[in-house]
Design a protein around this ligand. Structure first.
Ligand code: SF4
Ligand code: SF4
Length: 244
């Protein structure tokens, strides 16, 4: 979600690869070759993927998703040179939720692999800290060139296995203004619009709290409401059994 915000909408904005999550979808920036994201892309936002031929402009901004396990294996992740050809501003987004990449040696090893692939700058971000991650990604994209970010966090799904750490989010349906921003931006299957308000299925909600971040009227609450991004991240590491 923070990546598609930074990439923006319109022709020449492309996301590709595979983030492995439908959350990339719903209000996708433009063209998408991303499995999952493509499935939930609303038709009105769909754009053709630029071919790069002379008669049409190439990609202006490109975000390419790969799993961390693909970095360091032959051909699993594009090099900076390959990705830069796709757009004037290119971002390799590495999804690192596997325990191997969540320790200090794992994070450092991944950064070295990305440097060897030629990326000018490499950053490690908490994907659930939408404010800090959004600012960092926007700055990288505005710089131009090819950069890499690693989204480093245990999966929010793990919170459901530890009742003391998780718990679903809930919409205050009397205060919800029915704008559907949460539904459209997240593409989360646990969220739906039941006029006149949004609602959350407590069984399928993981408790990731991302929808709460995007509700402008602040009517989505959870047991974690008011906690800092660092405190929420500690819950995820604890749920994954990883001591930082
Ligand atoms: S973004 Fe907030 S106000 Fe809008 S539909 Fe969702 S919960 Fe309701
Ligand atoms: S908190 Fe629940 S409903 Fe909201 S985006 Fe996360 S999983 Fe979906």
């Amino acid at each position: 979600m923070v990546v598609k915000d930074a990439v923006g909408r319109g022709r020449g904005r492309v996301t590709c690869g595979d983030a492995g999550c439908s959350a990339v979808g719903a209000v996708h920036p433009a063209a998408s070759a991303c499995a999952g994201g493509q499935d939930v892309l609303l038709p009105r936002y769909n754009q053709p993927i630029p071919t790069g031929f002379a008669e049409e402009p190439g990609a202006l901004r490109c975000a390419h998703f790969v799993n961390a396990t693909a970095v360091g294996t032959d051909g699993g992740a594009p090099s900076a040179g390959q990705l830069a050809m796709e757009g004037s501003s290119a971002l390799l987004c590495v999804m690192a939720s596997d325990a191997r990449f969540l320790t200090e040696p794992g994070v450092t090893g991944l950064a070295h692999e990305l440097e060897s692939l030629g990326y000018e700058r490499t950053s490690v971000l908490d994907p659930f800290d939408t404010s800090a991650s959004g600012e960092a990604i926007a700055a990288l994209i505005d710089t131009g060139g090819a950069h890499a970010v690693t989204f480093s966090s245990p999966c929010a799904q793990l919170l459901r296995r530890r009742p003391g750490l998780g718990g679903p989010a809930e919409v205050d349906r009397l205060s919800c203004v029915g704008c559907q921003r949460c539904v459209q931006i997240t593409g989360c299957p646990a969220l739906s619009f039941a006029p006149p308000s949004a609602q959350i299925d407590p069984v399928s909600c993981t408790g990731c709290d991302l929808c709460a971040d995007y509700c402008r009227t602040r009517v989505i609450f959870s047991p974690r409401t008011g906690e800092s991004p660092a405190a929420r991240q500690r819950r995820r590491f604890e749920a994954a059994g990883i001591v930082e």
